[in-house]
Design a protein around this ligand. Structure first.
Ligand code: HSE
Length: 444
């Protein structure tokens, strides 16, 4: 084989990074792969912007469809994003028997079944390392390195925008809107930040890695999703006082005949390694029955870190081509016939610890009314904290619970909200690794 010909569709930030890496590290990559990776075509509708690199004559074109339909090209790298044209191009490429690399988590989370079926129907490879966690090799870890493990759980910080915002609220005490505006100025957040800050981007990623970890179908609609836009500096400051920090986590747990799959702001102890993952970084811990606990850490976005993952995929596919072994690793880690109809546990069934902050009038009997309702629903209080002194305005009353069932906590909160001493909607934050489950009640 003389070389493997690559066509990149979409030359924005990541597409440009891939082109740069394939060009600048060409000799290095060839010395590892054994054949040359030829950057045959790069397509983008914007042919004017200076991308800071020179393409060989005839390489840069405006028509991505023509690149997909070029019989000389072996691997299509989809870097366009979105679910319209990108989907059409990927299916077109797969149906023509071409291998595909993509970073498009939203597309895979929504249309994975159709896209993976098209790839396996044609016996070609579809690689998507950069779709989850940017440079972190979580897909390869789940598909290959941990193949001997039963995966017990995964806990990830998978959105750099949210992590940056929460880190800024924690460090500088600024509010959510100020931190978001800073993230936008730094280029970490999109002009429309909804996908990121409301947790949907993290859910797309969780849907993909859950399928790989447990041999289930990609199941986005069943994932519980709650974003960070309601997190206040007060909650972060209180969390810190109790020895916790707040992170937007993707949480998944093997529950035997079901799987927990949820995305929400979560309090974790300061001793949890994920608490030190700050700014726009990503990290994920995976627990396996043989490996124990392990963690990956790195940039979840950005030109060259993401390009690093994409080029890793291109080389994997090229290696399979060289050894004539496309499909060597199952696309979704499991053999198709072994995929399980594993349900996601309904959110009201999950059991965890809770931080609940009420805005309550500081009057005699307030705590007993609240704790009475919690007690009626068998919710055991671990500690109670009141901030501020007696006044006619509400003060924050925080309760940390022992493990309780979500459905019971929700019922208790709606009953507590009916009390005339409660002002505003309470804030509920789930806790992931509460410091033991000490039955002693601490009133401070
Ligand atoms: N928008 C994502 C983030 C990066 O903020 O982490 C791409 O998945």
């Amino acid at each position: 084989m003389k070389g493997v010909r690559v066509g990149i569709c979409g030359c924005g930030t990541v597409g440009t990074g891939v082109a740069r890496l394939l060009t600048e590290n060409r000799e290095l990559i060839e010395s590892r792969l054994g054949v040359r990776l030829i950057l045959a075509k790069v397509a983008d509708i914007d042919t004017e912007t200076d991308r800071g690199m020179r393409f060989e004559s005839g390489v840069f074109v405006s028509d991505a469809r023509a690149v997909v339909e070029d019989p000389q090209i072996d691997i299509i790298v989809e870097m366009i994003g979105g679910k319209g044209f990108a989907k059409e191009l990927i299916l077109n490429a797969l149906n023509r028997g071409k291998h595909v690399v993509t970073a498009n988590k939203a597309l895979l989370a929504d249309f994975g079944d159709e896209i993976f079926a098209a790839a396996s129907g044609k016996g070609v490879d579809l690689a998507y390392e950069a779709s989850v966690g940017g440079c972190m090799p979580i897909i390869k870890t789940l598909r290959e390195s941990l193949v001997g493990n039963r995966i017990r759980s995964m806990t990830g910080i998978l959105n750099g925008t949210c992590n940056y915002i929460l880190s800024r609220i924690t460090e500088a005490g600024v509010d959510f809107q100020t931190a978001l505006a800073e993230a936008q100025r730094c280029g970490y957040a999109e002009a429309d930040p909804t996908l990121d800050v409301e947790g949907f981007d993290t859910a797309h990623k969780l849907a993909i890695i859950n399928a790989l970890a447990y041999g289930m179908r990609i199941n986005l609609p069943d994932i519980y999703v709650e974003g960070i836009s309601k997190i206040t500096p007060l909650d972060i400051a209180l969390a810190r006082e109790f020895g916790y920090t707040i992170k937007l986590l993707a949480i998944s747990k093997d529950r035997g005949d079901s799987v927990e799959a949820r995305v929400h702001p979560t309090m974790i102890t300061l001793s949890n390694p994920l608490s030190n993952v700050s700014a726009n970084l990503n990290a994920i811990t995976v627990a396996g029955d043989a490996v124990g606990d392990m963690m990956l850490y790195g940039f979840g976005a950005g030109m060259m870190p993401t390009a690093s993952a994409v080029v890793g995929d291109i080389v994997d596919i090229a290696r399979n081509m060289v050894s004539n072994s496309a499909g060597r690793v199952p696309l979704l880690a499991y053999q198709e016939k072994s995929l399980r109809p594993l349900p996601v546990m309904p959110m009201d069934q999950i059991v965890t610890n809770y931080y609940i902050r009420f805005a309550a009038l500081d009057r005699p009997g307030v705590l007993s009314k609240i704790s009475g309702i919690l007690g009626d629903l068998s919710i055991s209080i671990k500690s109670v904290h009141q901030k501020g002194r007696r006044s006619e305005t509400a003060v924050p009353v925080v309760m940390l619970t022992h493990t309780a069932k979500e459905a019971d906590v929700k019922s208790a909160i709606s009953r507590i909200c009916e009390l005339d001493i409660i002002r505003d909607a309470p804030t509920l934050i789930r806790m992931e690794d509460a410091n033991g489950d000490d039955p002693d009640m601490d009133i401070s």
